[in-house]
Design a protein around this ligand. Structure first.
Ligand SMILES: Cc1cc2nc3c(=O)[nH]c(=O)nc-3n(C[C@H](O)[C@H](O)[C@H](O)COP(=O)(O)O)c2cc1C
Length: 357
């Protein structure tokens, strides 16, 4: 298959590949700029991005804002004409402040999920920053597109669909995930029809990008042939030299087997997918006492009293290399990765697979 660039308004990526945002600290400026320099779109995760700052424990918001600014500036400096975006979860307590910070620092694109980013158009008003909601169903796509149209007279610049095989938090019930009742192909088909209405109304192309379990160039080509304009891939970028996490974190993915990958409960209230370890086994039988609350999630996304563990604490432990007590989010296909490669090698593998399709 011939490779078409991914166009998001006036932004053009030579390859239709977005590297999915991975928090905490797994996709920062190093990974994002490497992907962007290879022709894809690099995404910095905003979730607790300041975890390495000295004052993070006492002033997490201040540390996050400083680190977010620095990572965006660094990534933009490292890329030649490449596109850099952020991933930001609607569930974050200081959502608007982080969005404003990213805009000020020169971000090109904002991808936002873990809730519907209903007010995002207001925050990017009078800027060139492109916005894309993450949805996991036709219903969610309909809702967000309708709200943006009615309230702001605005169409999305892109729509990301995250399917049931993705890593991180999943927008499906445990029942749907265990019984395989939803397919990314079907959601894509439905969302493409919905998006068309807004393309006609606003006279603009709205790329639809799919995510979740996409492993090879062949997989990418498959979704492109179904009408997607691009793909978002996260897990595969963990096994790269440029991934911003500790080497022990990367090794845990290379070592994992199919049966190690499980659905886990998360304080956010949505199921997640992760590699089995001591943490996953522990939370099956007991809650882990919260050492300190970072107030990172809005109260309706994290009930401070009943949560099984603190998500910030466990994701930070993971990225720093504590692979037994940390939470190792992963996509369904993580066990297939057996070798650490460079981003260039990985992108070349994708390109070869698409061309051979
Ligand atoms: C380690 C890890 C961390 C993630 N963190 C986030 C996050 O902070 N916000 C978010 O919206 N998605 C997050 N995701 C989801 C990815 O951005 C992506 O959409 C998804 O994992 C795609 O599936 P794949 O990993 O099978 O390619 C994360 C995924 C992984 C594997």
């Amino acid at each position: 298959m011939k490779i078409q660039p991914l166009r998001i308004g006036d932004l053009v990526a030579n390859l239709p590949i977005i590297q999915g945002g991975m928090g905490v600290g797994v996709s920062l400026s190093r990974l994002a700029s490497a992907v962007s320099n290879e022709g894809g779109i690099g995404i910095i995760s905003t979730a607790q991005i300041g975890y390495q700052e000295k004052d993070f424990e006492n002033y997490p918001v201040k540390a996050n804002i400083r680190a977010l600014t620095n990572h965006i500036k660094k990534a933009k400096e490292n890329v030649k004409n490449g596109i850099i975006g952020i991933n930001i979860m609607v569930a974050l307590t200081n959502y608007e402040e982080y969005v404003r910070t990213a805009i000020k620092a020169g971000i090109d694109l904002i991808i936002s999920g873990a809730g519907l980013p209903t007010r995002l158009p207001e925050l990017v008003k009078n800027t060139k920053v492109k916005i894309a909601p993450i949805v996991s169903s036709l219903k969610a796509a309909k809702t967000i597109l309708k709200v943006w149209d009615r309230k702001y007279n605005k169409a999305a610049d892109m729509v990301v669909i995250e399917g049931p095989k993705a890593g991180g938090h999943l927008g499906f019930s445990l029942d749907e995930l265990n019984n395989n009742t939803v397919s990314l192909e079907k959601i894509l088909k439905d969302v493409l029809i919905e998006v068309k209405k807004y393309e006609e109304k606003y006279q603009k192309h709205i790329p639809v990008v799919v995510a979740g379990g996409i492993y090879s160039g062949d997989d990418i080509a498959h979704y492109l042939s179904l009408g997607a304009s691009g793909v978002q891939i996260a897990t595969r970028f963990i096994a790269t030299h440029e991934c911003d996490a500790d080497d022990r974190f990367k090794q845990a993915y290379l070592d994992c087997e199919k049966e190690d990958i499980e659905l886990v409960k998360s304080p956010v209230g949505m199921p997640g997918r992760a590699i089995n370890n001591k943490l996953v086994e522990t939370i099956k039988v007991e809650n882990i006492k919260v050492r300190k609350c970072f107030d990172c999630l809005k109260i309706d996304h994290c009930d401070r009293v009943t949560i099984p563990y603190c998500i910030t604490d466990k994701l930070i432990a993971a990225v720093k290399g504590d692979v037994e007590n940390g939470l190792l989010f992963c996509g369904d296909n993580a066990y297939r990765m057996k070798k650490l490669v460079s981003v260039k090698e990985l992108m070349n593998e994708f390109i070869a697979g698409i061309l051979a399709y």
